[in-house]
Design a protein around this ligand. Structure first.
Ligand SMILES: [Zn+2]
Length: 88
């Protein structure tokens, strides 16, 4: 039996299968980027593919706090794209 890797969403704090979450990774130079492959090195945070969770995370600065780095407008754009709802 293959174990499904679970990760916690920074916004709703519910454990979800890793592949259902969007990974945000802190790069070596301290930038936060969306990691679509889930394989980039560095400290990562996870968020549900839900606008609700994104809004919640932005409001509470959960991503910034989890990774101790500022979220750039670029990151927010990429996250919204990754949510795939077409509303930007
Ligand atoms: Zn969530």
């Amino acid at each position: 039996v293959k174990k499904i890797p679970m990760r916690m969403c920074v916004a709703c704090r519910i454990m979800q299968p890793k592949r259902d979450l969007i990974r945000i990774v802190k790069t070596a130079d301290g930038k936060l980027v969306v990691d679509p492959t889930g394989k980039c090195n560095g400290r990562g945070a996870y968020i549900c593919r839900k606008e609700e969770c994104l809004n919640k995370a932005l409001k509470s600065k959960a991503i910034e706090r989890a990774l101790e780095a500022p979220a750039s407008p670029e990151l927010l754009l990429r996250l919204k794209e990754a949510m795939g709802d077409g509303q930007t």
